[in-house]
Design a protein around this ligand. Structure first.
Ligand code: CO
Length: 200
């Protein structure tokens, strides 16, 4: 059985579902987490399953319908690499610098990819599931991931940061997603290509 198959079986049994653009859930800033409750602990493995099932490397609470400041990530996107699984509680960007504009994709915007202008490095602060506080500075893919996911918990999406030309180019896809949402169906269009290591 492939990863893909097993992920689908897990998804069937799950309560959480992936939330797609333009669902208003994605636009509401998420609440800070005061305490890691039993419910949140139970939601986290489901968030990982949802992320792997859609071949992502990062997923923010609101994308799973959990309006809390929690992010899960596995930079390899490989469910076998459990040791690479990270959970970020209340992630915050403390400082940033430089500029990069690299291709990104978003699990909530299936089929879309665009270069987004981001800071080249960020200094971030978060807590882990044990309540331990961490501060670290990162660049490259991790910097991109943190900026993308913190945007999610602030209610922001890639479409807010795309160039006017990219928005125009992607309007037909956005229109389809808007129609799918209005008709209460899963996005009709299958992802046509994988955005290498950047489905967030
Ligand atoms: Co995203």
């Amino acid at each position: 059985m492939t990863h893909h198959d097993s992920a689908y079986i897990l998804m069937d049994a799950m309560k959480l579902r992936l939330v797609y653009y333009p669902d208003p859930i994605l636009r509401k800033p998420s609440a800070p987490i005061k305490e890691v409750t039993k419910e949140l602990r139970e939601a986290i493995p489901q968030m990982f399953d949802l992320m792997y099932g859609h071949r992502g490397i990062g997923l923010a609470g609101p994308q799973a319908g959990v309006p809390q400041r929690v992010v899960v990530a596995n930079i390899f996107g490989d469910p076998k690499k459990k040791e690479e699984e990270k959970v970020f509680i209340n992630p915050e960007i403390l400082d940033r610098g430089g500029v990069m504009a690299e291709e990104e994709g978003c699990l909530s915007l299936p089929g879309l990819s665009a270069k987004i202008r981001r800071s080249a490095w960020v200094k971030v602060k978060y807590r882990d599931l044990d309540g331990q506080a961490w501060e670290l500075q990162c660049e490259g893919l991790w910097a991109k991931l943190f900026q993308h996911e913190v945007d999610h918990i602030d209610g922001l999406l890639m479409v807010d940061k795309m160039t006017a030309a990219d928005l125009k180019q992607w309007r037909p896809l956005l229109q389809e997603l808007e129609e799918d949402h209005a008709a209460k169906r899963e996005p009709a269009r299958k992802r046509t290509r994988r955005v290498e290591a950047a489905e967030l």
